[in-house]
Design a binder for this molecule. Structure first.
Ligand SMILES: [Zn+2]
Length: 205
């Protein structure tokens, strides 16, 4: 499983885990680090799904958000000719001293790789900002891409990983001309992806 926590103590910096890895895992880590982009050209179906997701999030209707988040994941995976994922959208984020849990990737759950994204903040239960939600969704999908597209045997939070994530988010939002997120609903430490905690690599469950 891969967790995305943000806003807490933070992540000890990209590269922090590398020193603890075996030589074989280090090679996987380094390969992850060298791939800085994903060859994704978002088509109209994907861009429409992203726009729909933004609208759905604005309504706060979890079922609708879940349906659109699934559409985004489906279109993204189809664009890359990959097996589709199951997307689950949940309400309030679990929280701990590490911060709030934004997302979770679980390979092979119920025979299908699953991405979970939480759509409400832990403290006040506010709907999270669209960009934060989209980034979390893409972040978790990027773990899927590590295995399914790049053929990596493990998925690490390397600089390359975050560049791949940012590139996809940019391609989805620039092209979709998504209007800036209104309101300060983040309140959770800002954009996910900078302060990120990961479960220790190698302890995959
Ligand atoms: Zn992650």
């Amino acid at each position: 499983m891969r967790y995305l926590w943000a806003g807490g103590g933070g992540f000890g910096g990209v590269g922090h885990w590398r020193d603890k890895l075996s030589p074989a895992k280090r090679r996987v880590y380094d390969r992850s680090d060298t791939v800085t982009s994903i060859p994704l050209l978002p088509g109209p179906v994907l861009l429409e799904a992203v726009r729909g997701l933004q609208d759905a999030l604005g309504t706060g209707d979890r079922r609708r958000v879940a349906r659109l988040a699934q559409h985004v994941a489906d279109a993204l995976c189809q664009g890359l000719r990959l097996p589709v994922l199951r997307v689950v959208v949940q309400g309030r984020r679990p929280s701990s001293q590490r911060g709030e849990l934004h997302g979770l990737y679980t390979p092979g759950e119920q025979s299908r790789d699953t991405v979970r994204v939480w759509m409400n903040t832990a403290k006040r239960g506010q709907v999270v900002a669209f960009r934060t939600f989209l980034r979390t969704l893409v972040h978790e999908i990027c773990h899927h891409l590590d295995y399914a597209l790049l053929g990596l045997t493990d998925s690490y939070h390397t600089e390359g990983f975050f560049m791949r994530e940012s590139g996809i988010v940019r391609s989805l939002t620039n092209e979709a001309r998504v209007h800036p997120t209104r309101g300060a609903t983040v309140g959770d430490g800002g954009p996910a992806g900078r302060q990120v905690g990961a479960r220790e690599p190698g302890s995959q469950g």
